[in-house]
Write a new protein. Structure first.
Ligand code: GLA
Length: 348
């Protein structure tokens, strides 16, 4: 990084720092991360940038190009969820977890559509953490940002979004195993496009419904042991029919992730598409996180010539669908490229 502090005409000024973190889209492996399962997201070529410098003020002050009001977070913040404006809660969650020694003043810009299910909040969290001086492995960065997200939003999210943003690899999807936090790159073959299309519905009730799904998975694990190792025969013995269906989604979804990885490696894109559609069905029927708008969108995408498969992506309850297509098959949404993960960069 260039140390502007040494050449800055304002002698003694701190160096300008730049940090960038991408959003993510999940190809398959939905609602598996918090059960120690498998997922296959990728970091995308849309992301959030923070540029600024340390100060001797007792606050982190960030101005966003997309928000009317700035975030001004005291270094000793103890209750991120009460902070206003609401976007500042994510900054506050990171300040709370990172406990930076010095203040910071900077600007935030983003190319991630905000609140659309492409992990704009994870991108903000990671970019802020890096700008404020986080130094450590990508898993630790992701875990810190996840703790910040829990504090900021109150939603007990898993690690997938933050880990995808932290550990993205150009041209690759990321096979994540949440039993040990490992990430294995899986090349996305040339000649396929990944397109994300919004359903038109903002995600609603995502907090309580997400926590409810997570609680059902925990109930299932109490009945049959870790879902990652559970067989469908064991799942069939779960007495509560709702808990049984939730568990069946998780067990079958882990298997679909394995099969998608095999299919990508052997170049069988049609098989990937079929498994994506099966994932959507499982999320619709067994996990019950789809909506009428998402179902209609997936049906329409799958019926479009050149589309190999599509499914809802992210938590559900609104938000986006992801489609795997021949290049140019869809003229809507965001065509995203698997991209590198969060990083600091030189400013100047
Ligand atoms: C949200 C959460 C993730 C994950 C997905 C569902 O994006 O933040 O941790 O659980 O939902 O797969």
């Amino acid at each position: 990084m260039i140390d502007h502090g040494r050449t800055d005409p304002r002698a003694g000024a701190d160096a300008l720092v730049g940090a960038f973190a991408p959003g993510r889209v999940n190809l398959i492996g939905e609602h598996t991360d918090y059960t120690g399962g498998l997922a296959l997201p990728l970091a995308i070529d849309l992301g959030t940038t923070v540029v600024g410098r340390s100060t001797n003020e007792p606050t982190v002050v960030l101005r966003s190009a997309d928000e009317p009001d700035e975030a001004c977070v005291p270094l000793d913040i103890d209750d991120p969820v009460g902070v206003t404006p609401s976007w500042a809660r994510y900054v506050a969650g990171i300040v709370h977890e990172l406990t930076p020694a010095r203040g910071f003043r900077g600007e935030v810009t983003t190319t991630v559509p905000i609140g659309r299910g492409l992990s704009s909040s994870a991108a903000l969290e990671l970019a802020v953490a890096l700008a404020l001086g986080f130094d450590g492995p990508s898993t630790a960065l992701a875990e810190l940002a996840q703790r910040g997200e829990h504090l900021a939003s109150g939603v007990p999210c898993g690690l997938m979004d933050q880990l995808a943003s932290a550990s993205g690899i150009d041209g690759h999807a990321l096979l994540m195993d949440f039993t040990d936090g490992s990430v294995e790159p899986v090349r996305v073959p040339d000649g396929v496009a990944i397109v994300v299309v919004h359903s038109g519905e903002r995600r609603t009730l995502v907090g309580s419904a997400y926590a409810d799904r997570r609680a059902s998975c925990e109930a299932a694990a109490r009945a049959v042991g870790p879902l990652r190792e559970a067989s469908l025969a064991a799942v069939a013995t779960i007495a509560d029919p709702v808990v049984r269906r939730r568990a069946r989604h998780v067990v079958t979804e882990n298997e679909r992730v394995r099969r998608v990885v095999d299919a990508l490696r052997s170049g069988d894109i049609e098989a990937v598409g079929t498994l994506m559609v099966e994932s959507h069905e499982s999320l619709r029927v067994d996990f019950e996180v789809s909506t009428t708008a998402l179902d209609a969108l997936v049906d329409r995408l799958v019926a479009t010539p050149g589309v190999h498969g599509a499914r809802l992506t992210g938590a559900g309850f609104g938000g986006c669908a992801v489609a795997l297509t021949e290049p140019g098959a869809l003229d809507e949404g965001w065509t995203v490229r698997p991209s590198a993960g969060a990083r600091r960069f030189a400013v100047g």
